[in-house]
Design a protein around this ligand. Structure first.
Ligand code: BES
Ligand code: ZN
Length: 626
């Protein structure tokens, strides 16, 4: 086998390398299958459950060690016999190891059965009061486990390195979905049990539940959208036809969609991410439903995870870019097929500037996580490492390899890679070995790639690919005109609403980003440009300020608040009470905080309880409240 050594980098002793973000001794076991049952009680906001992990011992040991975090453990049985257990002292971020002394000799098969209960400190689940839902009639709950929150939801080997097929169920008073294929629904009094099956082996972070007053409608031959009844029809209109287009395009790029159904659940606004790639049913923020399909590209991303992440998985959060970088790369290939190649590059350009902004914001001393590979060996919380870097640097590396080797040669590598690693988890070294193995005639060319800098060094990538700029040129022309007018102190009333009339949502985003980025130019500072901000407001405010697209609206607000335009402080503050997606919530508070700390804190305190626990934790850090 080809093994690529990277100058300056010492290879780990095992492949894939050990996951430092789990306290479990997973490397002694192989998963056979898992039975997992939850019973949701909305009154106590607790879940009681039982799990049976069916494992095979691969290396001798004298205890089974699992991950838990703020869980109550009722009892443990191994192969039907009750076992004593200890919950170890809590380790910050990683939780409390559950140690079950047990003679585990190689090749032994064990059934580890545990009855457990979640507590009010559970970080994976959010309960929503009926007022926080659209219908305002019934409560709602959902889980969000990536990266390491499954352990606060059920005891497990909480590592993406281990995968298992699942038989699961949820018992709840409301309609419920899980990360698998629906099997049956049985009514028991005022609750029902919803059974699901996931025959494809999946890691713990992909196990998910949601329960609430939602219904479904078809949006394609193998797809449904689920949503509260109030918005269901609108959701159907938003996704109808397009989901299948995305799936077909993805199948042409990689290979057949192996999961059977592909559904989408539109959650209440508190959902902290744009989307989450739950197998068979993507969980998504309602901000992607805009009425004009301008934000449904998030679906292409989550769908692409069906291959990148869900079939082929990062072995630990240190190699997160293998999930997200590959996923963004596939997402943009899908969008290129659907909307044309210029659109693919347009998205890549937006991504490049997002990355530049994010790396700049990290500053030179905090750029630990601006490298593709994230060193988490000190037990650091993987949520802390999260940024757009693994998405954008990762997809740029793949794009660069595609252009270096030519698309004709790179395209067939895609199915090769996904086929080689499907149902498995890998690290960056194995990725590299596979590139060298597949392109065996091109080693000289591959050796020109500065792998060390790309994968292990902080900062922007060593090379910027030549993107097709046709769709951004029009936008840059307008922003250049503004820059000249401002710096030459010309009257800005020469501009008009006509300038942006033909812009689609993505072009509006790039335009606003470019305006915000004027700050990067020597001597330019929006905080000295209040009269210009007022003219911008007068001319474009009726368009941008009325946008139904949160991507546009958030940037419009950030431009003004970032420029210290006080008129927008409360507008942004109040808007932050209407979204829960961290992508908007965090920069919103950070920007407001720079101008007016007390006001940022006051708004946060007002809306705090409506945010997801992870979001609350992150904003507290951002505002210096932790
Ligand atoms: N898997 C991620 C969401 C995630 C990452 C949750 C890390 C928790 C920890 C999901 O696929 C994602 O990337 N969502 C993006 C959407 C986008 C890139 C189109 C988001 O939420 O913004
Ligand atoms: Zn993703």
């Amino acid at each position: 086998m080809t093994v690529k050594n990277i100058p300056g980098i010492t290879r780990p002793v095992q492949a894939p390398e050990h996951d430092p973000s789990t306290l479990s001794n997973y490397h002694h076991f192989e998963m056979i299958d898992t039975d997992l049952n939850f019973d949701v009680d909305f009154d106590s906001q607790c879940i009681t459950g039982d799990i049976c992990l069916h494992v095979k011992v691969t290396r001798d040991c004298s205890a089974i060690v699992l991950d838990t975090s703020y869980l109550t453990i009722h009892d443990v049985k191994v192969n039907g016999t009750s076992k004593s257990f200890t919950l170890k002292e809590r380790v910050p971020a990683l939780g409390s190891a559950l140690e079950i002394p047990c003679d585990c000799s190689i090749d032994l098969e064990l059934s580890i059965s545990i009855r457990f209960e979640t507590t009010s400190q559970c970080t994976a689940i959010q309960y929503l009061d009926k007022d926080a839902t659209d219908g305002k009639k019934f409560p709602y709950m959902f889980s969000q486990s990536e990266p390491i929150h499954s352990r606060s939801f059920f005891p497990c080997f909480d590592t993406p390195a281990l995968k298992s097929p699942y038989k699961m169920s949820i018992t709840s008073a409301f309609n419920s979905v899980m990360s698998g294929r629906p099997v049956s629904v049985t009514k028991y009094g005022d609750k029902s049990t919803y059974k699901y099956n996931q025959p494809v082996p999946i890691p713990s972070y992909l196990v998910a539940i949601a329960s609430g007053d939602f219904e479904k409608l078809p949006v394609g031959p193998r797809s449904h959208v689920y949503c509260e009844p109030t918005n269901l029809k609108q959701c159907q209109r938003e996704f109808d036809q397009d989901v299948e287009k995305f799936i077909k395009a993805a199948e042409e790029i990689v290979f057949q969609y192996e999961w059977d159904q592909y559904d989408i659940l539109i959650l209440p606004k508190a959902f902290p991410y744009g989307g989450m790639e739950i197998p068979n049913i993507t969980f998504a923020t309602p901000t992607i439903v805009t009425g004009d399909k301008s934000n449904i590209d998030v679906v292409a991303h989550e769908l692409a995870h069906s291959w990148a992440g869900n079939l082929v998985t990062n072995c630990s959060w240190e190699h997160f870019w293998l999930n997200e970088g590959w996923c963004v790369y596939l997402e943009r290939k899908i969008l290129g097929k659907v909307h044309g190649p210029a659109f693919r590059d347009f998205c890549a350009i937006i991504g490049w500037y997002d990355m530049a902004k994010s790396i700049k914001a990290m500053g030179d001393n905090q750029d630990r996580f601006s490298s593709l590979y994230h060193d988490l060996k000190d037990g650091c919380d993987p949520d802390e490492a999260f940024s757009v870097v693994p998405y954008e640097k990762g997809s740029t590396l793949l794009y660069y390899l595609e252009t270096l080797l030519t698309p004709e040669k790179f395209d067939p590598f895609i199915p090769y890679y996904f086929n080689k690693f499907k149902y498995r988890s890998l690290d960056s070294y194995q990725f590299l070995d596979t590139v060298y193995e597949y392109f065996s005639d091109d080693h000289e060319l591959l050796d020109t790639v500065d792998w060390n800098t790309w994968i292990f060094q902080p900062g922007m990538p060593p090379i910027k690919p030549d993107f097709d700029t046709s769709l951004v040129n029009q936008v840059y022309e307008l922003s250049d005109k503004w820059y000249n007018a401002i710096t030459k102190k010309e009257d800005c009333h020469q501009f008009s609403a006509e300038d942006i009339k033909g812009f689609n949502a993505n072009q509006s985003v790039v335009f606003l980003e470019t305006l915000i980025a004027f700050n990067k130019n020597q001597g330019f500072d929006w905080t000295n440009q209040l009269p210009v901000l007022n003219v911008l407001d007068e001319i474009y405010g009726p368009t941008f300020g009325a946008s139904a697209n949160a991507e546009v609206l958030s940037r419009w607000y950030l431009l003004h608040v970032g420029g210290n335009n006080m008129k927008y402080f409360d507008i942004l503050g109040n808007w932050l009470g209407s979204v829960g997606r961290m992508k908007f919530v965090r920069p919103g508070y950070v920007t407001l905080n720079k101008c007016d700390h007390d006001r940022a804190v006051a708004f946060f305190r007002k809306f705090e309880s409506g945010y997801h626990p992870i979001c609350q934790q992150m904003v507290k850090k951002d505002l210096g409240l932790d």
